[in-house]
Design a protein around this ligand. Sequence first.
Ligand code: F0G
Length: 468
Amino acid sequence: MRITTTPSHPHPRAWAEPYKIKMVELLTMSTREDREIAIHKAGYNTFLLKSRDVFIDLLTDSGTSAMSDRQWAGMMRGDESYAGSDNFYHLEKAVQDFYGYKYIVPTHQGRGAEHILSRIMIKPGDIIPGNMYFTTTKLHQELAGGQFADIIIDEAHDPENEHPFKGNVDLNKMDALIKKYGARKIPYVCIATAVNMAGGQPISLQNLRELRDLTQKHGIPIIHDMTRVAENAYFIREREKGYQNVSTAAIVKEICSLTDGATMSAKKDPMVNIGGFLALNDEDIFDQARNMVVIYEGLHTYGGMAGRDMEALAIGIAESVDEDHIHARVGQVQYLGDHLLAKGIPIVRPIGGHGVFLDAKRFLPHLTQKVFPSQTLAAEIYLDSGVRTMERGAVSAGRNPETGQNNYPELELVRVTIPRRVYTQAHMDVVAESIEEVYSKRDKIRGLQMTYEPKHLRFFQARFQRIP
Ligand code: F0G
């Protein structure tokens, strides 16, 4: 038995969650009949369920993590001044110390930072390459008149491919974009760490360095979507040659050093319930962002966050790169994924950092993407056990803004997302059992049709009904 902070634990039970529970939130159990009513009322969209109707909530890891006693103590030290709050300076220092970026503009959450960045940097007709899209990121690029271009390696679109760094960029795709459009039309490249839509898959430092060499030659900056950078760093430590003895904190800093700025949804890695920021090294862009944040978010020393939120965030940044924390966090996701794999359930491999992604195309091979297999599967899992997951497939992919046609992405997934420090191993066992149960009855599952479609980010509010 070894209880250490080393990343490779030979025995699966040689470690436990590095915290103990001080306060609990009671959960409600429901019957199948209750859930039939609830999901019908919710238009078969798990985003429209009331959380009181949910038993284990694996909708998202965003804003749902458990804060530590230190973070809660920090909340009591909130300096709720309109301008120049102490907590802002603590946050600024944490961003500088842990990530190495020079300037920070706080925002209410990640999309606030994306909005400001897109407005400043994108001109109509611009192309913004990225290692797979994220819903809000891409929408803000489009609203600013730009167009997203996917430059992730092809392996990322194949759920069965075991590539250890499926978040990597295909440099040939990047080069081809530069040749086709010219560097002037590319205001920046958006690089996500632990790529959400690919299944929480990491980018390697080697790939990021190669991309840096290429983009620097053309004067194109790299903006880092650093929402899950610690999880990415953990995978680098586990998988990339030469990093086994480098700390997660040092790897995080090295990743950031290869980029020019970042957008952060602080509701993920740094474990706060609300918050985010835009981080920059360029003083001129920072000046513009600091001016613009006043219009859309709040003064530049709070940007939509309360003082206490900024304090909790500053503390959470330090906790997010703690070795014991990150090992247990990713370890819990692996535990669930390994159980599902052992039962032959089709999931995206390798198992990602923030959740297990069910491959709905292989789970429900009799359903075409026109009847939304992932949406259907998420509803069925909820019906079985009250476990709430979410769709990441054709509904999330939306429509092509030019043709108005539905996008049908290669990856048709259900995300089983694990909040940080919230659920126990017993919860993971229940989730695995429920997914197995649904899998055993998969032949009887029919698809859904959409009855209401909102214009933007339709997956949040779309409604469906069962196909008779
Ligand atoms: N970038 C990534 C990679 C994200 O996962 C998210 C949010 C955002 C940006 C936007 O940040 O929500 O704070 O405005 N992802 C959540 C999720 C919603 O469930 O994956 P936000």
